[in-house]
Each structure stands twice: as C-alpha cells, then as structure tokens.
Design a protein around this ligand. Structure first.
Ligand SMILES: [Zn+2]
Length: 282
C-alpha cells in the first residue's frame, strides 16, 4: 500500500496539462460529439496555451483514437494506469489501515461555472475546501460532471459521475469521484442547473448562491482507492483516485437537462493491468 501511494510523478506537467486541456480544446472534425466550435479566435479567460488536439467522445476522434491524436496524448493508448476502471468488487481488497482513510473538509462555497466544450465545470473561487489523503493535503480546484458515469460498479455504469479535482502544493492531482443515480432532485445543484450553459462559454458565469458541497457527498464515506489518470486527453497518470462507494441522487429531470447539452461525455473503462484497488471503510 505504501509503495502504491508513494509515487512521485510528473506533478508539474500534470498541472499544466490539466489547465491546457480544460480550457482551450476546440473541435474541428466530425467526431460526433456535442462540442461547439468557438466562434472567435480570442483566448478563453483561463487559457494560457494553444492546444491543437481535437478529441471528442465519438467517431474518428473518440476515446479509442485519443492516443493517436498527438504525442502528448500517448498515455491514452500506452499508459498502464489509466482511468476510469470497472470497480469489480470481488477483486477489490479491503484495506484495514486507518491511515489510508480520506478526510474531506468541505463547506458551502462560491463557484463560477463554464461550459468548456467537454463538460460543465464549476471552478472554486476560494481555496478553503480540502481533502487529506495519507496525511497529505489537497485543495479543491474544480468539479465537473460526466454522463453516464465513467467508473463502473461490477460492470455497470451509473447515470452520472461527479469529479472533485484537487491539487497539492506540488501540483499532484487527487480526484474524488461521486457516482450519481436517478432519484430525488438534488437541491444542492439547483442554482447551477438553472444556469447550465448550453454552449461553450468564453467567460465564466458567477453563481449568486454558495454551493453546499457537503450535500454533494454521500452519507457514508466508504471509498475505493487506486492509482489512475486524467480521463480526458492527455490522460496523464499519477492521479490519486478515490471513488465513493455510495452514490448520491439526482432527479431524472436533472440528468436529462445535463444530457441535453452533453449526451455522452464518458470515457470507457480501462484495464487494471498490475494495479490493486483498495476498499477503505470509514
Ligand atoms: Zn472527470
């Protein structure tokens, strides 16, 4: 376990990659996704680099081709620790070491939202939401959504998945995945959902109210943990993954509203290879 989580990997380049790909991806091909081509060549507010990779969630630029779309995406096809994965419960080991538990310190907080062409992303305005993994603190940078879920439980996708993306002081990433299933409407998402930008945004949209982050977490904090990657190009590895075992609920109307903008923005599951996945109960 110590060996598994003790790696020091490409943290700095990861941070750069994440910024580049979450802000400046454009779509020029016939990839069959719902991405919108930017109407002007002006740089997006948060973008710092030109990034010429044209990828999508279907067709010739879809997930099975991401690794061919540029040398910076090589990990998408040749990486051995890719995300997402099928969380096959019979293969998952219990980890009884209390030190491996996750500590989540979230509070109602302010966010701005953007449609970056791949998802709806909420960027943290403040730096006071953190998680602690193995005694190391990571700060929440943003969260975003996928339809259907990217991780599978015993071979099945759920309706949606929420990714909370955190960074430590060195730029290493830790993502907390929360699976979402159809049920009661999620009040914590009400204002965000009322302002979902249908098209790619040039500027972020401010929300009037804070988002109640603790209300976006399941009641029990039992988790699965493994070493993985970004689930979008450049698929950089060295990402600490924590997937909550219990899903949260979101109404079918909320799912449909998101899916009307992004009908399918999930990457298929990737091989485990030599990795181990651990179950950590609170
Ligand atoms: Zn994601």
């Amino acid at each position: 376990m110590r060996k598994l989580w003790g790696k020091t990997l490409l943290a700095a380049s990861l941070a750069v990659s994440l910024t580049a790909c979450s802000s400046t991806v454009s779509q020029s091909g016939n990839g069959g996704s719902s991405k919108v081509t930017p109407s002007s060549p002006s740089a997006p507010a948060a973008g710092t680099e030109a990034h010429a990779v044209h990828w999508s969630y279907g067709g010739e630029t879809g997930p099975e081709h991401w690794g061919e779309l540029g040398t910076e995406n090589r990990a998408c096809s040749s990486g051995l620790e890719q995300s997402p994965i099928n969380l096959e419960q019979a293969k998952i080991k219990a980890d009884a070491t209390a030190a491996q538990a996750i500590e989540i310190n979230y509070r109602p907080s302010q966010f701005t939202i953007t449609n970056n062409g791949d998802t709806i992303r909420a960027d943290a305005v403040t730096q006071d939401n953190t998680i602690t993994l193995d005694g190391k603190e990571y700060t929440l940078a943003q969260f975003h959504f996928h339809v259907p879920s990217e991780h599978q439980i015993d071979g099945k996708n759920l309706d949606m998945e929420l990714h909370f993306v955190h960074k430590d002081a060195g730029g290493k990433l830790a993502v907390v995945g929360v699976l979402m299933k159809a049920g009661d409407a999620n009040e914590a998402l009400a204002e965000l959902w009322s302002k979902l930008p249908a098209e790619k945004t040039e500027e972020s949209i401010a929300l009037d109210q804070t988002i109640d982050l603790p209300a976006l977490l399941p009641q029990t904090q039992d988790v699965f943990r493994y070493d993985g990657s970004l689930t979008t190009p450049p698929c950089s590895e060295g990402v600490e993954w924590t997937v909550m075992q219990e899903p949260i609920e979101v109404s079918q109307e909320q799912i449909d509203a998101f899916a009307s903008i992004f009908p399918d923005n999930h990457r298929p599951v990737q091989p485990w290879n030599d990795r181990e996945v651990f179950r950590v109960n609170e």
